[in-house]
Design a protein around this ligand. Structure first.
Ligand SMILES: *[C@@H]1O[C@H](CO)[C@@H](O)[C@H](O)[C@H]1NC(C)=O
Ligand SMILES: *[C@@H]1O[C@H](CO)[C@@H](O)[C@H](O)[C@H]1NC(C)=O
Ligand SMILES: *[C@@H]1O[C@H](CO)[C@@H](O)[C@H](O)[C@H]1NC(C)=O
Ligand SMILES: *[C@@H]1O[C@H](CO)[C@@H](O)[C@H](O)[C@H]1NC(C)=O
Ligand SMILES: *[C@@H]1O[C@H](CO)[C@@H](O)[C@H](O)[C@H]1NC(C)=O
Ligand SMILES: *[C@@H]1O[C@H](CO)[C@@H](O)[C@H](O)[C@H]1NC(C)=O
Ligand SMILES: *[C@@H]1O[C@H](CO)[C@@H](O)[C@H](O)[C@H]1NC(C)=O
Ligand SMILES: *[C@@H]1O[C@H](CO)[C@@H](O)[C@H](O)[C@H]1NC(C)=O
Ligand SMILES: *[C@@H]1O[C@H](CO)[C@@H](O)[C@H](O)[C@H]1NC(C)=O
Ligand SMILES: *[C@@H]1O[C@H](CO)[C@@H](O)[C@H](O)[C@H]1NC(C)=O
Ligand SMILES: *[C@@H]1O[C@H](CO)[C@@H](O)[C@H](O)[C@H]1NC(C)=O
Ligand SMILES: *[C@@H]1O[C@H](CO)[C@@H](O)[C@H](O)[C@H]1NC(C)=O
Ligand SMILES: [Cu+2]
Length: 602
């Protein structure tokens, strides 16, 4: 750790505008990120290639101060993959073009090319940065960053800060896993199950602490899939921040942190320094279709009071009872936005398309990246940028008017949990219904939170719903998506296009951003289809995979695949999926279909 920190400091050049004694004025922080392949073995089980920065992995944990101007030059030296960079949770006021998601605000940065991200950090808190290229960050391109706040209301109540991440970890590389995940042999969309859990990109982490002191822990889940239960034996945690928003102090003995969420909490060390205590993080196995017997779903570290004392094995818990983040209160007391000017209804489902693979949908549309990144469509279509139809039929785009109170009602018609993230904002977590509550009913729902917690990533329960609200006061093109990276890859995303005509006046895209598009042959003007003459003509737009042929059911494919497996294993055919047995006609049509799919893919 010391080694990666010092190397990072060497590559970090801080030029203070106004002398060394005062941090009250903004600094310019210049970072040069060479993205390269590095070998790492964080779980002690397998050496594998990971994406490093300047030859290092774990990646540097960045440490800014509110007001800093951050300039990151991203040099793609991977050789065989494109890349991109997103600073998760930043509002990017006035710098939407620096946000990072490919297809939304920029093009892929091809191997051998560079792109500079230049923005000001004007919000305090616990954040993280990661690649926003399809499926890429779980291969290692992710790390925490902090924005210090000279006006933190909790300053004076803690002695030191401790940065910590948790994550899931895969032994195979994500591009290979994606191939078998999005495939007709996986018609139920079972996500790849991680091989292990990590704490701070390692296991058996020791966190030295001193008796009697109070520590401000900053925890980020940088994982691609699993939410985690987190606790410290013998110690309560007092939550004071979530996703960059200060909260009224909330004491708990367990936190649930979904992929992409952050918690800041205080822990007061005991006065007695004779015993060390396990810090445990446990992956939420309800997300996994199967839990392999060999999988250790937990990762353990220790609060170390005395390096010579034992590091005890954690006690096994019978149940998980984490703090409900919906009940948190923001420290600034901001009241509920009473009514929404625009209400956006998103019905989530998972289903198979015509290639037999499983996809994720909002309102029956699976997000497919447009030919032209949406920001560039905004900037090149004049007054028509106000008409959502120019952004295509496969992007779930919504135009928001200046300063509207916008509400997103999300109905989860799927049996899994999904952590949803909105770029460019934090939103009020107005309502979250319990598991199996079904769709939101505007005329019959439980009470809204009067002073709702705000955060940028909020989880919906299985077969249930949530309601979030925010004010459209940040012109930009902002991605809204599930932060389970498998589900983003299968299209669980929408795009909020906020005050596009104002955005046209605010944004100037730097030349190097256009250069990477040119190198990748991606057009940077016109509608979603790249049509600059008639922006209502979408004939060349990117389309999702076509639906299953009429009369053909996803159940047929599932049954076929599983009956093949059953036959292969020498078992009797099993009615695995759904209650009804499979008719012979359905089986024949499935066989024909699979044969065609195989012919197409070979
Ligand atoms: C976690 O890792 C980061 C980055 O290497 C490091 O800065 C930090 O000190 C580590 N935290 C602990 C508690 O070891
Ligand atoms: C952590 O400790 C456990 C138990 O001793 C061991 O099985 C595991 O390999 C260790 N992990 C690492 C990364 O060293
Ligand atoms: C990044 O790579 C370039 C080209 O190889 C090299 O000149 C530069 O020193 C590297 N920067 C860092 C911080 O390692
Ligand atoms: C981060 O920056 C703050 C303020 O500049 C400083 O006090 C702190 O020591 C730094 N922490 C690390 C881990 O570099
Ligand atoms: C890219 O290169 C790395 C490092 O050599 C290799 O492990 C990886 O499989 C390659 N990935 C692709 C998609 O070709
Ligand atoms: C970053 O942006 C600021 C504000 O627009 C500008 O003054 C500065 O020159 C930019 N720096 C770089 C390296 O592009
Ligand atoms: C944690 O908080 C609970 C509830 O307030 C309390 O009963 C318990 O004693 C506390 N535990 C510790 C270790 O302080
Ligand atoms: C530790 O000792 C201090 C000073 O004697 C006391 O104020 C505090 O309550 C003690 N803390 C705990 C957790 O017992
Ligand atoms: C992980 O922790 C949970 C909670 O204590 C426990 O139920 C489970 O058995 C643990 N798993 C392993 C492999 O130790
Ligand atoms: C959509 O367009 C982009 C950029 O023009 C292209 O690279 C990409 O492969 C297309 N995607 C799909 C799913 O058709
Ligand atoms: C957007 O354009 C389409 C196609 O010209 C038109 O039918 C529709 O009414 C327009 N919508 C708005 C809000 O202007
Ligand atoms: C309102 O919702 C509750 C809980 O789902 C349900 O029991 C009740 O029947 C509903 N009332 C009406 C009028 O629909
Ligand atoms: Cu999801």
């Amino acid at each position: 750790m010391a080694c990666s920190l010092s190397t990072f400091l060497l590559s970090l050049l801080v030029a203070l505008h106004s002398g060394f004694l005062s941090r009250a004025h903004a600094a310019v922080v210049n970072l040069d990120f060479n993205i390269t392949w590095v070998t790492a073995n964080p779980d002690g089980m397998l050496d594998r290639p990971v994406m490093g920065i300047n030859g290092q992995w774990p990646l540097p944990r960045l440490n800014f101060t509110k007001g800093d101007n951050v300039v990151v030059k991203l040099n793609n030296q991977l050789g065989n993959q494109t890349t991109s960079l997103h600073f998760h949770g930043l509002f990017q006021h006035g710098t939407n073009e620096m946000d990072g998601p490919v297809g939304v605000t920029q093009c892929e940065v091809p191997a051998g090319m560079s792109m500079t991200y230049n923005f000001t950090v004007d919000q305090p808190g616990t954040y993280w940065y990661h690649s926003h290229t399809r499926g890429q960050y779980p291969d290692g391109f992710r790390q925490q960053f902090i924005i210090h706040d000279p006006e933190n209301p909790y300053n004076g109540q803690f002695d030191e800060e401790i940065g910590l991440t948790v994550s899931d970890w895969y032994h195979m590389q994500i591009p290979d896993l994606l191939k078998s995940f999005i495939d007709y042999t996986n018609p139920t969309g079972a996500e790849p199950v991680p091989n292990s859990a990590l704490m701070n990109d390692t296991q058996n982490l020791t966190v030295p602490i001193e008796a009697g002191k109070t520590y401000f822990f900053r925890l980020t889940n940088v994982g691609g899939f699993a939410g985690q239960y987190f606790w410290i034996e013998g110690h309560n945690m007092t939550i004071i921040e979530v996703d960059g928003v200060y909260t009224e102090p909330a004491s708990t003995d367990m936190i649930y942190i979904s992929a992409a969420q952050r918690y800041g909490f205080l822990v007061t060390a005991k006065n007695d320094s004779s015993t060390n205590f396990p810090i445990v993080s446990s992956m939420d196995t309800s997300l996994f279709d199967t839990v392999p017997a060999t999988l250790n779903t937990n990762v353990t570290g220790w609060l170390v009071y005395d390096d010579k004392a034992d590091k005890p094995v954690p006690a096994l818990l019978d149940e998980f009872d984490p703090y409900d983040d919906w009940t948190l209160t923001p420290q600034d007391g901001m009241a509920l936005y009473e009514k929404a000017d625009q209400s956006i209804l998103l019905d989530l489902k998972m289903a198979d398309l015509g290639n037999g693979a499983n996809y994720a949908f909002f309102n029956d549309v699976t997000y497919t990246p447009p030919v032209v990144p949406t920001l560039y469509s905004v900037l090149s279509t004049g007054a028509n940028a106000n008409n959502a139809s120019i952004y295509g039929d496969y992007t779930n785009s919504f135009v928001l008017e200046k300063d509207q109170i916008v509400e997103i009602i999300l109905n989860n018609n799927d049996g899994g949990k999904h952590p949803f993230h909105l770029h460019g904002h934090n939103f009020q977590a107005v309502l979250r219904s319990e598991e199996n509550a079904g769709n939101y009913d505007p005329s019959n729902h439980s009470a809204f939170s009067a002073v709702p917690m705000r955060r940028d990533t909020f989880m919906v329960y299985p077969q249930s719903n949530f309601v979030v609200r925010f004010k459209a006061d940040n012109p930009g093109v902002w991605f809204f998506h599930c932060h389970i990276d498998w589900h983003l890859a299968t299209g669980l995303a929408a795009v909020m296009i906020e005050d596009p005509l104002q955005l046209q006046k605010m944004v100037t895209v730097p030349q190097d951003h256009y250069d990477v598009c040119k190198a990748g042959n991606v057009p940077t003007a016109g509608n979603a289809a790249g049509n600059t003459i008639n922006v209502f003509d979408l004939s060349n737009q990117n389309k999702s995979v076509a639906p299953l042929p009429a009369g053909f059911t996803a159940r047929g494919i599932v049954a076929l695949v599983f009956s093949c497996i059953a036959a292969f294993l020498g078992l009797a055919a099993i009615a695995w999926y759904g209650a009804a047995p499979i008719g012979s006609a359905e089986l024949a049509s499935a066989k024909k279909f699979i044969a065609e799919a195989e012919a197409r893919s070979s």
